[in-house]
Design a protein around this ligand. Structure first.
Ligand code: SF4
Length: 184
């Protein structure tokens, strides 16, 4: 297993990640208040199929995590342009596929923040959202939920993983972000 983990870590770093490490699944912190912040305060609520109300609630995330024993946490540092996320999202999809092809067939990626894969998301036009609207996603094969959207406390998870994630006080400042790849 170490060989596969090392391959995924090397792949992440060679394609732009600042750091990556394997963590126990228990290091991932899930809390209901995280979802509340998505629903109240985020301008992107309901505007992407990878965000609430289209993604599972924290209660289901806790259940899903029990079906895994490890995760790869990946740190992306010094991000200036939020559009760099398009490349990061594609990398997460590549890592998920690589893990799957290496035998970790349950591999599933979680992104950070709102989806940037398309210039415009048709979710923005939906008036009365239902779960079936997700069929309208233009990149269903690679679009994945955001960690916050499913209730993952990214700050606590980073801390539990030995990273120090600080709040960025201004919108135009460089920031560090994290993504997760569940593995088994
Ligand atoms: S991939 Fe495109 S259509 Fe799908 S959630 Fe992201 S922005 Fe919306």
């Amino acid at each position: 297993m170490k060989e596969i983990y090392d391959k995924l870590i090397q792949m992440a770093i060679s394609k732009g990640a600042a750091s990556a490490k394997i963590i126990p699944i228990e290091a991932i912190s899930v809390n209901d208040w995280v979802r509340q912040k998505c629903e109240f305060g985020c301008t992107q609520y309901g505007k992407k199929y990878t965000c609430p109300p289209y993604v599972q609630p924290p209660k289901q995330t806790r259940k899903i995590l029990k079906e895994y024993n490890k995760a790869l946490i990946i740190k992306f540092g010094e991000i200036k342009d939020r559009m760099e996320w398009r490349g990061i999202q594609k990398l997460m999809a590549e890592l998920e596929r690589e893990a799957f092809l290496s035998g970790l067939y349950k591999a599933f990626a979680y992104g950070a923040g709102t989806c940037k894969l398309c210039d415009n998301c048709s979710a923005d036009q939906v008036q009365s959202p239902t779960q079936f609207d997700k069929r309208g996603c233009a990149n269903r094969r690679i679009a994945r939920p955001s960690m916050e959207g499913v209730g993952i406390d990214v700050y606590q998870t980073a801390k539990n993983s030995g990273y120090d994630l600080k709040v960025v006080p201004k919108e135009d400042m460089c920031f560090t972000s994290y993504c997760l790849l569940l593995l088994e």
